[in-house]
Design a protein around this ligand. Structure first.
Ligand code: FE2
Ligand code: FE2
Length: 342
């Protein structure tokens, strides 16, 4: 799940919603009543689906080594070992690309918190527990690879990165809504958002080596998305109304896990203006493909509660479209405001 830049519906230049406030106060625990008995039933009833998805994942995932992707011959010591410390003229890429690299790495760094959340939801037993371990190991590889790459190439300020990591990890990550359905719905969207964000971050560097690394990571994120999306699909069959409610609340309150990073507001604006991750992409490349796969607007198995939640989602998406168009219209003006002249 982790990683990815740049969109908090509350904070982003594309947003303007009054939901999902960033920081410690933004997870209204208890807002959604958790049906613990439903969570237990889902864990039991979907175990075989998780087992099948885990097998599919393991068959599709190609092993890779983070060190293979790092140009070690560009590295040198810092002053502590007699070399030279980082200075701004050593940085690489555009401001937006650097902001995105920064946010994406810090988000991957925050894995202990995500592990805590996921392990709390899924438990450590059976296929669910095996997935928790496997997924955590794969995600850690992302942070290892990106950190090594950025420190060796000096593309971003390593001291600023380390200071921000300390703050970000100390704060940790807290799910907006508790409960298994909300959790799996969230990571279904979030893994895909991360895939898009990593892929576009690599492309934004214009550097074939960085692009190669981020494409490799994006492939992992896509497989993670498939796992969660498919498990949630089974949950939709199992408990359509509760699952639909979880989707609506998750889409409505969606915030990237990195939204607690210091300076995230400006960074997310840079990332959005540069087209690395903006609201239009969030709708077209993240929300809609997943909603289409779940056949949300074609299903006929909802009761009154599911219907209501589906209608709320449709209304929310219409509003999001309007905001995305408004943002597209303002993109140039915002680039000027950021001081970008070309
Ligand atoms: Fe992931
Ligand atoms: Fe990741």
């Amino acid at each position: 799940m982790p990683s990815g830049a740049a969109i908090s519906m509350a904070q982003s230049p594309t947003g303007g919603h009054s939901v999902a406030l960033p920081g410690r106060a933004w997870h209204p625990r208890g807002v959604t009543a958790v049906d613990d008995s439903l969570d237990v039933r889902l864990l039991l009833d979907l175990e075989s689906v998780v087992e099948a998805e885990l097998s599919r994942h393991l068959a599709m995932h190609k092993p890779w080594n983070p060190h293979d992707y790092v140009p070690w011959d560009e590295g040198r010591n810092f002053a502590f070992l007699g070399g030279e410390d980082w200075s701004p003229e050593q940085q690489r890429y555009s401001q937006a690309a650097r902001s995105s690299l920064f946010v994406n790495l810090l988000t991957e760094d925050n894995l202990p918190s995500y592990h805590h959340e996921i392990a709390g939801m899924f438990g450590r037993d059976g296929a669910w527990g095996t997935w928790v371990g496997r997924w955590t190991a794969e995600e850690n590889r992302h942070a290892v690879a990106i950190r090594d790459y950025l420190v060796v190439t000096r593309a971003v300020d390593p001291v600023a990165l380390e200071e921000a990591r300390m703050v970000h990890m100390t704060e940790g990550f807290h799910a907006v809504h508790p409960g298994l359905l909300h959790g799996v719905a969230y990571v279904s969207f979030q893994e895909l958002a991360t895939r898009v964000s990593h892929r576009n971050t690599g492309a934004a560097t214009g550097d074939p080596l960085a692009e190669q690394l981020f494409q490799r990571i994006a492939l992992d994120e896509n497989l993670h998305m498939l796992f969660y999306r498919n498990v949630f699909n089974a949950a939709l069959e199992h408990s359509p109304d509760s699952a639909m409610r979880a989707i609506t609340e998750t889409v409505r309150d969606f915030a990237m896990p990195g939204n607690g990073i210091e300076g995230f507001g400006r960074k997310s604006m840079e990332i959005a203006v540069a087209g690395i991750y903006d609201l239009r992409q969030h709708i077209d490349e993240v929300l809609m493909p997943v909603l289409r796969y779940w056949r949300i607007f074609e299903r006929n198995d909802f009761g009154p509660e599911g219907e209501l939640a589906r209608q709320e989602l449709a209304t929310f998406l219409e509003g999001l479209q309007v905001q995305a168009t408004r943002f597209d219209d303002r993109r140039e003006a915002m680039a000027l405001r950021l001081g970008w002249t070309d």
